[in-house]
Design a protein around this ligand. Structure first.
Ligand SMILES: [Fe+2]
Length: 313
């Protein structure tokens, strides 16, 4: 049998302080749509056919709870699980039937060596119809995680999950599992936490319309608009209510087996990064802080202090 491989990025799962306030942002500002919800959990879809692209769960501390990846079928889920166990990865639970409200399916959970939570599934329900609205996100297209041990995390994605290396810069390693240049990137920083998540817009006009909606709702663009070096994608970054960084992106490079990967030195010499247009420049101090995960931690601390004051009364 050939090496079992992940074949796509499905969704991201986040713990948030206030489910109602977070849901309002992702519905009205980010333009996702409710699919299912019960108790402290809500699943939201984009305009594509994926069952959902975001899961919000109300918790005392905001955090990354899962990067959800797809496998082509149940046999591949089993094979990936066996491969993960054989290579010494920390399996959280073995393959099992998954919750109905999340589209059901069959999957398992595993931690990266540093503790990033990864969920793998097949047979998850999808929607019969896509929604035609270019100003709204179609799908989750990449997730960037922060890591203090980038080489170990990259090796995990390549060796355990069957990703392929696309490129590296001084900031991060880019790995792919489908025709998108990258579905995951591992950034140099303090892990394990979320650097940012990126939602695909159908084209640049849609990205600008969507970004205009976000700005008009009172959320300033944190970085962009620009066009990245590796991946060639147009980018615009924002900070959502919990301090997570979320991106609208478009036109990510489509690649196949013939793609020629380059290392950080090559990308430095091309001067094509971080912005090919020389428009966005390097990320600001605020952008770097937000992407490091520090804003999420500051917001967690603020919430803990508010709760402690309330309990002391
Ligand atoms: Fe990105």
């Amino acid at each position: 049998m050939s090496i079992p491989r992940i074949n796509g990025l499905r969704s991201i799962e986040l713990a948030v302080h206030d489910l109602k306030a977070s849901a309002e942002f992702y519905r009205k500002v980010w333009a996702l749509e409710d699919v299912a919800g019960e108790g402290d959990t809500l699943h939201l879809r984009g305009t594509g056919r994926d069952h959902h692209v975001l899961t919000l769960r109300e918790r005392p501390r905001a955090a990354l709870l899962g990067v959800h990846l797809s496998a082509p079928d149940r046999a591949t889920v089993d094979a990936l699980h066996a491969q993960a166990a054989a290579l010494g990865a920390k399996v959280v639970h073995a393959p099992k039937e998954l919750e109905k409200s999340a589209g059901a399916g069959y999957g398992f959970r595993v931690s990266s060596p540093e503790g990033h939570p990864i969920a793998i599934s097949a047979d998850v329900a999808d929607h019969a119809q896509a929604i035609d609205d270019r100003s709204r996100p179609t799908k989750l297209t990449h997730v960037v995680i922060n890591s203090a041990e980038v080489e170990k995390q990259t090796a995990f994605f390549l060796d355990v999950l069957g990703f392929k290396w696309s490129d590296s810069t001084v900031m991060m390693d880019f790995v792919r599992c489908c025709t998108d240049h990258h579905s995951v990137a591992i950034a140099r920083g303090n892990g394990p936490c979320l650097n940012h998540m990126a939602y695909e817009m159908p084209n640049i006009d849609g990205l600008m319309s969507g970004a205009g909606r976000v700005r008009g709702s009172g959320y300033e663009m944190m970085w962009g608009v620009g066009r990245h070096g590796p991946g060639n994608n147009v980018f615009s970054y924002f900070i959502e209510p919990n301090g997570f960084v979320t991106e609208y992106t478009a036109e990510v490079e489509q690649v196949d087996e013939s793609y020629v990967s380059h290392d950080a030195q090559w990308w430095l010499e091309t001067k094509l990064f971080p912005c090919r247009w020389k428009m966005a420049g390097a990320p600001s101090e605020l952008a770097r802080k937000a992407m490091s995960g520090d804003l999420v931690e500051e917001e967690n601390l603020r919430c803990e202090q508010v709760m402690a004051r309330a309990l002391a009364r």
